[in-house]
Design a binder for this molecule. Structure first.
Ligand code: AKG
Ligand code: MN
Length: 198
């Protein structure tokens, strides 16, 4: 795992945030559900060839936004270039950013339970995450769900890369710390997860 603290300048963060807002106009945030139809504790949207969603059919990558039924917007070039160069820091990957999941944790009690990212067909490519806005309390464990976890604070502008062994480590978001950043007018935390799916 590679945690690059304060990696993005404020202007880079604002540029990425601007793209997220533009994406959100055409591909609005929505609240996904688990198979049993219980709602997630945060909102999401995507850009890229495919987007990750969860609904009564489970976790899946789909080509269209589940509410508008329109194809996802392309991944902005600045995010494609950034993640390709980040992937090169952790190995000799010919990383192709195919999807960018945008999670928005708006409320104090927004959280994401411990899980493994395993919807991707490609389980070798690194997973790159960009944090914007309020601090996120990230939990990272090991390859088994029951492995002990440790807490890492993800601040605005931080990058986290899960690669090699850590690619399959269980992880989650215990919560956010409201008021720790003024990047987002509405408060809360945005997380972008860029993955190669195929
Ligand atoms: O918000 C984060 O930092 C993690 C997001 C995540 O693990 C996911 O969406 O799979
Ligand atoms: Mn994850």
């Amino acid at each position: 795992m590679l945690h690059l603290q304060n990696y993005l300048s404020e202007s880079q963060q604002r540029e990425i945030l601007h793209h997220c807002r533009e994406i959100g106009k055409r591909a609005p945030l929505f609240i996904p559900t688990m198979k049993n139809r219980s709602p997630f504790n945060y909102q999401m949207t995507n850009c890229g060839k495919v987007g990750w969603i969860s609904d009564q059919n489970g976790y899946q990558y789909i080509e269209n936004h589940p509410v508008t039924n329109k194809p996802w917007q392309p991944i902005p070039e600045v995010i494609r270039n950034l993640t390709k160069s980040l992937a090169a820091k952790v190995g000799d990957y010919n990383f192709t950013p195919e999807t960018c999941l945008i999670n928005y944790y708006q409320k104090e009690n927004s959280k994401l339970g411990i899980h493994q990212d395993n919807t991707e067909i490609n389980k070798a490519a690194p997973i790159i995450s960009i944090s914007l806005g309020d601090d996120g309390i990230f939990l990272i464990g090991g390859k088994r769900r029951k492995d002990p976890t440790k807490e890492i604070i993800l601040k605005s502008g931080d990058i986290l890369i899960l690669h090699d062994e850590s690619r399959m480590f269980y992880h989650g978001i215990k919560g956010i710390v409201p008021g720790t950043s003024n990047l987002l007018n509405s408060g809360g935390r945005l997380n972008l997860t860029i993955r190669q799916v195929y």
